[in-house]
Unconditional design. Structure first.
Length: 256
């Protein structure tokens, strides 16, 4: 580990250059040479979760977010998948980052992509952009699912979690990337209640289908606090019936 001694205050005030400006430049040089660049999955199909949207009058809608994997360039075809799973296809007509126009974006870049023919309402938060990659045999690389199996860790009270345990039928909010939906939890048959601090294998029924895959990480939240963190271990068929410990079947909720 290398340390650089200097003064940011001198650099801002343009005084004592030996302690100010020169040390800042030395610090930048050390950062460039000693901090390794993170590996970015640029060889995978393009994927970006939408973090925000806005309209440009006469041009179309802009979706902003950080590219999670792969590359995207102007003219690429993408599809929109999410809560309603319509699979609508569109074409990228522009890419920008911090008021700078780009020809392409890659994993790790925070970008805004312009899509002609969409309104802001059609690009609501939680949708997911996904490239139809020619290297794949199928036209889609992600599908939407509503029933999952996962391993979770229930946070302790001192970690910000719940004070009380919960049982099957518990219904927190599941957060995955920028999307969220209610999820009903089914505990294992041999587990009656989940205590803070427990590691458990659970099954969950999502209120709305999401673009989710094995290995995806998520958080369970309730009342403004994170109560559990989990990772998807298996995707189950959407028509799987889970046992929530109720004496009778409950009609499935219709999307509002």
């Amino acid at each position: 580990m290398k340390f650089v001694k200097g003064s940011a205050l001198h650099a801002i005030n343009d005084t004592e250059p030996e302690l100010g400006e020169k040390k800042i430049l030395e610090l930048l040089d050390v950062m460039d040479n000693f901090i390794p660049l993170p590996s970015r999955p640029v060889d995978k199909p393009f994927m970006m979760s939408i973090e925000g949207t806005y309209n440009i009058k006469g041009r179309g809608a802009v979706a902003t977010g950080t590219v999670e994997q792969g590359r995207v360039k102007v003219g690429d075809e993408v599809e929109l998948i999410g809560y309603d799973a319509t699979g609508t296809k569109a074409t990228i007509t522009g890419i920008e980052t911090f008021n700078k126009t780009l020809d392409s974006g890659e994993a790790g870049d925070n970008v805004g992509v312009l899509i002609r023919g969409f309104t802001r309402e059609q690009l609501y938060r939680g949708k997911l952009w996904l490239k139809v990659g020619l290297i794949l045999a199928k036209p889609k690389t992600l599908t939407v699912h509503s029933v999952i199996e996962a391993n979770i860790y229930c946070l302790k009270t001192e970690e910000g979690g719940r004070k009380n345990p919960f049982s099957s039928g518990y219904r927190p909010q599941l957060y995955l990337r920028t999307a969220d939906t209610a999820a009903e939890i089914a505990l294992p048959d041999n587990v009656k209640i989940a205590m803070p601090g427990d590691n458990l294998s659970i099954k969950a029924k999502l209120n709305f289908p999401l673009a989710i895959y094995q290995g995806a990480r998520f958080a369970l939240r309730e009342g403004g606090k994170t109560i559990a963190a989990g990772v998807v271990t298996k995707i189950l068929p959407n028509d799987t019936v889970l046992d929530f410990g109720r004496p009778h079947k409950q009609k499935a909720e219709k999307p509002g």
